[in-house]
Design a protein around this ligand. Structure first.
Ligand code: HEM
Length: 360
């Protein structure tokens, strides 16, 4: 069955992006500096959790990882900023905050599986806190990668990803249309509040937002999915302290402090939008990662629960583990394999970034 349309030029573009990623990392972290992740280098903490498939999961949704009702997996979760460089969580100028994309990446391990030795992953779920990805396809990501490399300034440790928009607008046609969409999405990601266009209110701590796969994945034979997680009861209790550069880590630490009275576990519901491939326009809905699958047309259905108990995740040992953990959408059950150009690109680029930062 056909799920994807692979452009003829794609393999060459991916090779070029791998090379550009290596060059970016060499420029950002000249020897002997420690090389960090190519994207999402700043974490707010890695926590241990559990991931439990619903006991009463709908028969129709018992696929792959979700085949067994009640199955429970130990999990590790890394919360992060998506920005390519480590900086303040939000930029504050004249009292006004401008935000960035945030990440939540979950690794599930199966301790009982006879197929695996030790703690091999059965599935990683990588998400951002907006329902679509900012760049449509590999062609656009290649332009972005070149822009990041060309605009890097070692004296200020800054890059100017927004030059992507001017570069693409100048080309006109489809490239300009896609760049207009990218500009719109960046505006929404940076916005100070929902009233000003943000996808959701900026969180006071990382577990106050929902997170989305944005890109599509297989859901067994003939069907495809996007997934997301939604916090169950994490109301914004105090105004976020945007002026504090590391406010997200500090707030998460407080929220999970085991000695703080009233700290309940953090709970997320994991949901999927499932569609039949024959109902999908492959070019616009699989191959373009900035196309939203609207909830109105395809509601999310909750099928699992993630629980994070209060814990100390801020020790030196835990921080080192967090730096060394490797999460990629290609750690996957075959029934949930990644789909579309942006996901095909991720396969080799994540490996290249991981090998450079871990010296493998
Ligand atoms: C739907 C699209 C995407 C989502 C939801 C996403 C999400 C994430 C998340 C959450 C992380 C952090 C993982 C961790 O905590 O270790 C991450 C890392 C990373 N992402 Fe993406 N990402 C997307 C697309 C891309 C694309 C198109 C590229 C470029 C090819 C890319 C390059 C990277 C790299 C290089 C890392 C670090 C890998 C490592 O060294 O471990 N991402 N991504």
């Amino acid at each position: 069955m056909k799920y994807e349309n692979v452009p003829a030029t794609e393999a060459e573009q991916i090779q070029n992006i791998i090379e550009l990623t290596r060059q970016q990392l060499q420029k950002r972290y000249p020897d002997p500096a420690k090389i960090r992740r190519g994207v999402h280098p700043k974490d707010h903490g890695c926590v241990l959790a559990s991931f439990k498939v619903d006991e009463d999961i709908d028969q129709q949704l018992r696929v792959g990882l979700f085949s067994k009702p009640g199955a429970e997996y130990p999990a590790a979760i890394r919360f992060s900023n998506a920005a390519t460089l480590i900086g303040p969580d939000s930029a504050v100028k004249d009292g006004k905050a401008s935000h960035g994309s945030r990440g939540m990446a979950i690794k599930l391990v199966d301790l009982d599986s006879p197929k695996h030795e030790g703690y091999l992953p059965v599935q990683d779920f990588l998400m951002v806190n907006h329902p679509v990805f900012t760049f449509a396809n590999v062609e656009d990501y290649q332009v972005l990668s070149q822009v990041l490399l060309d605009t890097f300034d070692p004296t200020t440790m800054t890059e100017n990803p927004l030059k992507f928009i001017g570069t693409q607008m100048a080309k006109g046609g489809d490239a300009a249309e896609r760049a207009k969409r990218t500009g719109e999405l960046v505006g929404r990601i940076r916005a100070a509040s929902v009233a000003e266009g943000a996808f959701q209110e900026p969180p006071a701590h990382p577990a106050q937002n929902s997170y989305f796969s944005a890109a599509p994945f297989l859901f067994g034979e003939g069907r495809v999915m996007k997934f997301r997680v939604v916090p169950v009861a994490e109301p914004v209790t105090s105004p976020p302290e945007f002026v504090e550069p590391d406010y997200l880590r500090k707030a998460l630490k407080l929220r999970l402090d085991p000695s703080r009275p009233g700290n309940e576990p953090i709970v997320f519901r994991f949901g999927v939008q499932v569609r039949r491939i024959e109902d999908i326009d492959i070019d616009s809905e699989i191959e373009n990662a900035s196309t939203e699958w609207t909830e109105k047309k395809t509601p999310f259905r909750s099928i699992a629960t993630i629980t994070i108990l209060p814990q100390d995740f801020d020790s030196d040992v835990a921080k080192t583990r967090c730096e060394n953990i490797f999460l990629t959408p290609w750690h996957t059950h075959p029934d949930h394999r990644p789909l579309g150009g942006i996901n095909r690109l991720r396969q080799c680029v994540y490996e290249a970034s991981m090998k450079m930062r871990l010296g493998k």
